[in-house]
Design a protein around this ligand. Sequence first.
Ligand code: DGY
Length: 330
Amino acid sequence: MNTAGRNLPKVYITRRIPPDGLKALQQAGSCEIQQWDSDDPVPRSELLKKVSGIHALYCLLTEKIDKEVLDAAGPSLKVVSTMSVGYDHLSLDELKNRGIRVGFTPDVLTEAVAELTIALLLATSRRLIEAVEEAKNGGWGTWKPLWMCGSGLTESTVGIIGLGRIGEAIVNRLRPFGVKKFLYNDIAPREELAAKISVDFVSLEELAKQSDFLLVCCALTPETQGMCNKGLFSKMKRSSVFINTSRGAVVNQEDLYHALANGQIASAGLDVTVPEPLPTNHPLFKLKNCVILPHIASATVETRNAMAALAAHNLLAGLKGEAMPKELKL
Ligand code: DGY
């Protein structure tokens, strides 16, 4: 659409985004788009310059949208749309105080994240990365009865921290593996959902004690920050497997390192860390019983396009003052 000569609201996009997102914004023809045209994050100084006078900001989870950015944007800013389900990078109080509406991208990534969580669980519990390395580097001597043994899901107890959309999708996908019992902990019991998918609410302590596989699926909030710590790991079984695909800061990484290094738990699979990227010389990378992925849980082409398009539609609706497809209630 030719938008020349019209006084259109200004939108800043903080990164190169999947094509469906850009297409949706361009085809709408209702905004003037500026973009940081790179696969790497926009430098903070550039972001602070570019947001000045914009009406809507399309951002990713790598940008901290705080008082400084909002001050730099000024009173014209009406909408922040993040291409993520997580919103711990947004200063919600600041946004609320200024009456800025916020869009996010739940639902469209649920399946991809659940799938990757299970892939990571199996890679960790069945020691796939270690085994591939051994096969490549000559460690594969002969077939040995006790070599490269991990633990299986059949007849196991799986514990979920945070029974939301993703937790539910994980339970549904794990059930056919023959899991005996599903348990969960959350800020409050989610009775209807838990009854529907046969998952029992227990205290965090009980969850740690009983789970053979403990999966972190909760949002990062002040309440969940650092909740997976020494106290939790010390209650887990020595054979248990810990998986985190939510946010790195839910875990105290130093405590996790000690739990893994001292055999307090058997292994861990992490898709998220603090910081990201985790420096290649980080002690967690030295442990054979720790599998670390570079935050790829939602990384399917379809999912990333769906996230990008949803974030675009949230932004466009917000600019028009209409209901967003997925608005975060502040
Ligand atoms: C999100 O959207 O918050 C996820 O972490 C991206 O995979």
